[in-house]
Design a binder for this molecule. Structure first.
Ligand SMILES: [Fe+2]
Ligand SMILES: [Fe+2]
Length: 405
C-alpha cells in the first residue's frame, strides 16, 4: 500500500499551464495517467514537460487499488478433482444467468451527457470529475482481476472461468461508460498506462473472496441508493449517468452472488474462528475506507442532495445485512458506538490531512503524524473488538443467489 501519485498529461497539441482539470471546459483535452512509482512518474513528467509535472495530484492509501493473487492456489481451489464441495450445477446456472447478458444494450449514451456536463460548474465540477475517475479506476480494477482469473482457470474449471470472463465483460463496460463520462469533461483515463504502471496489491485467494464479495455488494448498495434518491428528488439529477445505475447495480449484485457461491464452495473460508476474525477485519476495512473517503468528498454527495454520513451509514447497514447471510461474523454496525467511532476516525483523518497541507519539512510532518496514526489505529482496533454479530446462518444447501430489490 504505497503512496501513489497521479499525473495529468496533455495528449494533444494543446498544452495546459493551469491546475488539474480546471481549464478543460475550454476545449482542451487531457489524459489522466496514474503511476505507481516515482520512476514512472518522473518518466511521464519528463515526457509531459514541466507544466504536466506541476499538475500531479496525490493518491493516498484510500485510492482504489488493483489486485493480484496466487493463481496456482486459485486453480487448486477450483479443481473439481480436489474440491468435492464445488456445486457445478449451481455454477452452470449462474453461467446461464451471465450469458443472458441483461445489460447488453443498457449502456448507450445520448446528447444529454455533454450538455449536462457543461452545466456543472465551480468546485462541483472538479469533484464530479474525481468521482468519475475513481469509479472508473475501481471498475477497471475489477475488469483486470476477473479477466486474469478467467484466463487462468480455463483448464481447471471452464465454467467458473467463463463466469469470470463474463464478469470482466461487465466491468469493462462499466469502466468504459465512466471513461466516456470523463470525455464529457474533456478528459480521459489512460487505462492502458494504468494497467502497466499501477502497483498491484497481492491478496491470497481467500482474502480476494472476502474483499471482492464486499466490494461488489457495497457497490450494489451505493448505486441503488443513489438511483432511488435521485428518482425521488429529480431536481438533483445533474448528470444522466445516475439514471443508468438501476440496471448497472444488478450487474454488481450478480457479481456478489457469484462470490457467495464461490465462498460456499470453500467452506474452510467460512466455518472456523479464523474465518470469523477475517470476515470482521474485511468488513471493517471496507466500511472505514468508504466512510473516510466519502467524508473527504462531501461536496459531491451534497451536490446530488445527499447527506454524506447518512448515505454512508445506510449503505454500510444494508451491505452488512446482506453480508451476514454468508460471512460467519459481521460487525455490529447498527450499534451507535460504531458510528461514533467512525466519526472519530474522520476527525483524526482530517487532522492527518491538515498536517500534510502545512509547509513543515517532511521530518516534522512525520513526527506530527505519529500520535495521530496511533490514535487512528487504536480507534480501528476498538471498533474491531466491539462485540460482533454471529452470522452466516444461511443454509448452504438451500442458498440461492437472489436479486435484492
Ligand atoms: Fe462494475
Ligand atoms: Fe462488479
Amino acid at each position: 500500500m504505497a503512496t501513489e501519485m497521479a499525473l495529468v498529461k496533455p495528449i494533444s497539441k494543446f498544452s495546459t499551464s493551469s491546475p488539474i482539470f480546471s481549464n478543460s471546459r475550454y476545449g482542451k483535452f487531457t489524459t489522466v495517467r496514474m503511476s505507481s512509482t516515482s520512476q514512472s512518474t518522473a518518466k511521464a513528467a519528463a515526457k509531459g514537460g514541466k507544466k504536466a509535472a506541476k499538475t500531479a495530484i496525490k493518491e493516498t492509501l484510500l485510492t482504489p487499488r488493483f489486485y493480484t493473487t496466487d493463481f496456482d492456489e486459485m486453480e487448486a481451489l477450483f479443481n473439481t478433482e480436489i474440491n468435492k464441495n464445488l456445486n457445478q450445477s449451481e455454477f452452470e446456472a449462474l453461467l446461464q444467468e451471465f450469458k443472458t447478458d441483461y445489460n447488453q444494450t443498457h449502456f448507450v449514451r445520448n446528447k444529454e451527457f455533454k450538455e449536462a456536463a457543461d452545466k456543472i460548474d465551480g468546485p462541483l465540477r472538479q469533484i464530479f470529475v474525481e468521482f468519475l475517475e475513481r469509479s472508473c479506476t475501481a471498475e477497471f480494477s475489477g475488469f483486470l482481476l476477473y479477466k486474469e482469473l478467467g484466463r487462468r482457470l480455463k483448464k481447471t474449471n471452464p465454467v467458473v472461468a467463463e463466469i469470470f470472463s463474463l464478469m470482466s465483460r461487465d466491468e469493462a463496460r462499466h469502466a468504459g461508460f465512466l471513461n466516456k463520462g470523463l470525455s464529457d469533461f474533456n478528459l480521459a483515463l489512460d487505462l492502458g498506462f494504468l494497467t502497466k504502471a499501477r502497483k498491484y496489491t497481492f491478496f491470497k485467494p481467500k482474502f480476494i473472496f472476502y474483499a471482492t464479495y464486499l466490494s461488489e455488494k457495497i457497490g450494489y448498495w451505493r448505486y441503488i441508493t443513489i438511483y432511488r434518491h435521485l428518482k425521488e428528488n429529480p431536481e438533483y439529477q445533474c448528470y444522466p449517468i445516475f439514471k443508468y445505475f438501476e440496471n448497472w447495480c444488478q450487474d454488481e449484485n450478480r457479481h456478489g452472488d457469484f462470490f457467495s457461491a464461490l465462498l460456499k464452495a470453500q467452506p474452510q473460508f467460512l466455518n472456523d474462528w479464523k474465518a470469523k476474525l477475517w470476515s470482521r477485519f474485511f468488513c471493517l476495512s471496507v466500511y472505514v475506507t468508504m466512510y473516510l473517503n466519502d467524508c473527504q468528498r462531501t461536496a459531491f454527495y451534497e451536490g446530488i442532495g445527499l447527506d454524506t454520513k447518512e448515505f454512508d451509514m445506510h449503505v454500510i447497514i444494508e451491505t452488512n445485512r446482506t453480508t451476514a447471510r454468508i460471512f460467519p461474523a459481521v460487525l455490529d454496525v447498527e450499534n451507535p458506538e460504531f458510528k461514533r467511532r467512525l466519526d472519530k476516525m474522520v476527525e483524526i483523518n482530517e487532522q492527518l490531512l491538515a498536517v500534510g497541507e502545512t509547509s513543515d519539512i517532511p521530518l516534522v510532518k512525520n513526527l506530527k503524524r505519529i500520535p495521530l496514526i496511533a490514535a487512528l489505529a487504536s480507534e480501528l482496533l476498538a471498533t474491531y473488538l466491539m462485540p460482533p454479530i454471529e452470522s452466516g446462518s444461511v443454509d448452504f444447501a438451500e442458498f440461492e443467489p437472489q436479486l435484492v430489490y
